[in-house]
Write a protein that binds this ligand. Structure first.
Ligand code: UDP
Ligand code: MG
Length: 322
């Protein structure tokens, strides 16, 4: 670790958040100052925004020596942008927070106190309430965390996003996991150490719209399930086993019909069985394909993200991809 590591790094992935940046910067800096005085850095990652986020970050970093701004080469997605920030930060404690201020930075002091009191390595914020989000988003999020809990072997906390405070050793452990398909809240749970929940009420977005439309949520959900469980593959073999049982019964039924001479019957039942088996096979193949595709992507070992530009003093130890 570099000699100049600050007490605290605040890492914030940003995609089209120009409207939030000034207030974000002010509130995050105030919270950091209240917690650790001058000994902090704020790491902003511009994840290929199409708005003025990058020029705004450059402008902010010119006036604030605490600010490190990283410009990725294109939109790599929330989890990879966050990974870039975590790679390039140097703090002894690390706070992960969203740019839209749905997660109040003012909770930092309480989270730090909890970390010290309970000697924890991770204080993860659990959403008690969510303001200003659609019923659909809340319902699907709730369902997602519960399904995930059922199918995964890792204990991933319910209703917990990426908003959390981590120790350096927990972060280093997290960064030692090389996978492309990153579901960071699950990966943090996987590394272990002492992790404690911190209940809070999630606020409304400060400006703009969510960048997690249904498609991205589904992709994240697939990454989460396939990254932490092979249960779907197990289900596939269970389905196969159950269908084998059913077909044995059918075999007996057909044989009896043939022997008793009443075998000429129905197009309907034949079609039903054919269509049903076809659908089950496609479903199971698709499930296997999901894992195979991920295996292929992981096997290419591409870098997780590429950095185009940096503004401000990067103190983290990762190599920059340029
Ligand atoms: N984000 C990102 N890259 C993306 C999408 C989102 O860096 O491709 C950032 C975004 O700027 C925000 C955080 O990820 O800081 C969470 O996104 P958002 O608030 O849109 O998600 P929600 O809170 O609605 O789940
Ligand atoms: Mg948000």
């Amino acid at each position: 670790m570099p000699a100049t590591s600050p007490a605290l790094s605040i890492v914030i992935p940003c995609y089209n958040e120009a409207a939030c940046l000034d207030i974000l910067h002010a509130r995050v800096s105030a919270a950091a100052r209240a917690a650790v005085g001058d000994d902090y850095e704020v790491v902003l990652i511009n994840d290929g925004s199409r708005d003025d986020s990058w020029p705004a970050m450059q402008r902010l970093s010119a006036t604030d020596p605490h600010l490190v701004a990283i410009n990725l080469s294109r939109n790599h997605g929330h989890q990879l942008a966050l990974t870039a920030g975590l790679d390039l930060c140097a703090g002894r404690q690390i706070l992960i927070i969203d740019a839209d201020l749905q997660d109040p930075p003012e909770l930092l002091s309480d989270m730090r106190r909890m970390m010290a009191d309970l000697e924890a390595d991770v204080v993860y914020a659990v959403r008690r309430k969510r303001e200003g989000e659609t019923l659909f988003k809340k319902a699907t999020a709730k369902l997602f965390y519960r399904v995930l809990d059922r199918v995964t072997d890792t204990d991933i906390p319910l209703d917990t996003g990426d908003f959390r405070l981590m120790s350096r050793r927990a972060l280093d452990a997290l960064l030692s996991l090389p996978e492309q398909a990153r579901f960071i809240r699950g990966m943090v749970a996987w590394v272990g150490f002492r992790q404690v929940p911190f209940p809070y009420d999630r606020a409304e977005r400060l400006a703009g719209e969510t960048h997690y439309p249904l498609g991205k949520m589904i992709r994240l959900a697939f990454d989460a399930v396939t990254g932490f469980s092979t249960a779907p593959l197990r289900w596939a073999s269970h389905v196969g086993l159950a269908l084998t049982g059913v077909s044995l019964l059918l075999f007996v039924y057909i044989a009896v019909g043939w022997l008793s001479g009443s075998a000429v019957q129905g197009w309907t039942s034949t079609m039903l069985v054919t269509v049903f088996l076809g659908a089950v096979q496609m479903f199971v193949l698709g499930m296997i394909g999901e894992y195979l595709g991920r295996l292929y992507i992981e096997s290419k070992r591409r870098p997780l993200y590429l950095v185009a530009d940096v503004a401000g003093p990067v103190r983290g130890h990762a190599t920059l991809g340029f």
